[in-house]
Design a protein around this ligand. Structure first.
Ligand SMILES: [Zn+2]
Length: 487
């Protein structure tokens, strides 16, 4: 048996003005043997695919894999190029490929497609035959549609946010696919879509009542003998018809059993509706900064200030407020600012330069903050990830700069990436414990690395495109009746 492996992964913030071009996917793409050798054993879904296939004595073929940080709509050219490449790869070896292990995020959008993953799967089946076996691994934040489900033989999602189980999800998906192809199981699926969507900041799976819903899904799997159950929270910042929660169950031949399970879990989610929104955790950003400064003066470990509504790793509300309150030692890891990085490279290490930092990805990003800074490092940075979510995977930040403005240290990047582990410190010779306040922009993923070192976590609401208050966003395509968008 031989299984092909491919991934085309993007979480799309449809409200952002800048599109995400093919060049960004190309810059992150791994192909063929490099895909297999670079990602085997890593924390990624591909790592899980590769590990499970090897353990089962099945052959693999790497097609293409590209995972780009969340940003604005994916260009149709990027969608078309990756689809064509995967179809081409499958067709070229059609005589010896028995099926495809595919990872898509599940919350992609393009300017002309509101359910691109469903279109992607339909096009694969149109090219390779309606029975061509496809096993699909999706992100917990997927906006799963009925059409998406119809395009695959089986669908498995991450159970956890932070997504520390990506490798395990790849393994689950691959093991079920191999079982199906060997004739040991006959996967059939059911889906339910309770009509609500959670802001990402509330999707940490350790938070109640989400933790209990997840636990019930796991217990149901064992009680009912289902092959797999996934609870998807959806992605609130992709304005698409399928926005919001979904529960997917995979049964061995018995569809009624899958239907009963997703029905029970959907009812549980509907009943927990108001408690899922942990609004009491959110502070306006000025209050959050003021509290962080007071706390940092007493704490022995860093206070994490979470500018969670930022979706491009460049918003400046918290940095601007902190620059007005000198005192604490502040770290701003992974601030996306290609122009400041270029200026630092031109000036060289040791130079003092005037910068306009961040805040330009959209009109809601806060605008640039003027700071005079010393260049402590400027140059390219590539390494193998070490954190719980990027362990063993190649990380290429492109050109970067470490900028020191008084007591504020900024690690500026030319490639947009979220700080979710300690690499933004350790890879640059910095120690997170040397700082009083650390400014992060992750929603849940940072918890896997930072909860252990933080004195506390303060969540700051800003007017950016990823707020906890979804009423501030101009939805147009979300289907009617999805709470809290329309009732
Ligand atoms: Zn996710």
């Amino acid at each position: 048996m031989r299984l092909a492996i491919a991934g085309f992964i993007h979480e799309t913030v449809t409200f952002l003005p800048e599109e995400t071009p093919l060049a960004l996917f190309e810059a992150q793409a791994l192909r063929g043997g490099a895909l297999l050798s670079d990602l085997a054993g890593s924390a990624t879904v591909a790592g899980g695919f590769i590990d499970a296939v090897a353990a089962a004595g099945v052959e693999t073929q790497g097609l293409v894999w590209s995972d780009v940080s969340p940003s604005g709509p994916v260009t149709d050219a990027a969608f078309d190029a990756f689809l064509a490449e995967i179809i081409e790869g499958l067709r070229a070896d059609a005589h010896r490929i028995d099926g495809l292990l595919l990872h898509l995020h599940g919350a992609m959008a393009t300017p002309t497609r509101l359910d691109p993953e469903a279109d992607f799967l339909a096009a694969l089946r149109a090219a390779l035959g309606p029975e061509f076996p496809i096993a699909l691994a999706l992100d917990l934040h997927a906006n799963v549609s009925v059409e998406m489900l119809a395009g695959a033989d089986l669908v498995c999602g991450f159970h956890q946010s932070p997504h520390v189980d990506m490798n395990e999800t790849g393994r689950r998906t691959a093991r079920l696919m191999i079982g199906k192809l060997r004739g040991e199981i006959r996967p059939v699926m059911a889906i339910a879509k309770p009509p609500l969507v959670l802001p990402s900041i509330f999707t940490a799976t350790a938070l109640e009542p989400l933790a209990s819903i997840k636990a019930r899904a796991k217990a149901l799997e064992a009680e009912t003998g289902l092959l797999d159950i996934s609870v998807f929270t959806g992605f609130a910042y992709a304005d698409v018809p399928a926005i919001g929660f979904a529960v997917v169950a995979v049964a061995d031949g018995d569809k009624a059993r899958a239907e009963a399970a997703v029905g029970e879990l959907a009812a549980m989610i509907r009943a927990a509706r108001d408690d899922l929104f942990k609004r009491e955790l959110i502070l306006d950003h000025e209050t959050a900064v003021a509290q962080a400064v007071v706390r940092a003066a007493e704490a022995s470990r860093p206070v994490v200030l979470l500018e969670h509504a930022d979706r491009m790793n460049d918003s400046t509300y918290v940095l601007r407020a902190l620059a007005r309150r000198p005192g604490p030692r502040v770290a701003v890891p992974y601030l996306w600012d290609p122009e400041s990085v270029a200026a630092a490279l031109a000036a060289g290490p040791g130079a003092e330069i005037d910068l306009q930092l961040g805040g330009t990805s959209s009109a809601r990003a806060g605008g640039p903050v003027p700071l005079r800074a010393r260049v402590a490092f400027a140059g390219p940075k590539r390494f193998t990830g070490t954190g719980p979510m990027r362990k063993g995977a190649p990380v290429d930040l492109g050109d970067c700069a470490v900028l020191v403005a008084g007591l504020i240290t900024i690690v500026a990047t030319s490639r947009q990436i979220s700080a979710i582990d300690l690499d933004p410190f350790h890879q640059f010779g910095l120690d997170p414990l040397d700082f009083d306040i650390i400014v992060l922009r992750s929603k849940t993923h940072f918890r896997a690395a930072y909860e252990a070192i933080a004195d506390r976590i303060l969540i700051a609401e800003t007017p950016d495109w990823g707020p906890a208050d979804l009423a501030t966003l101009p939805y147009r395509h979300a289907r009617a009746g999805v709470y809290p968008l329309t009732g």
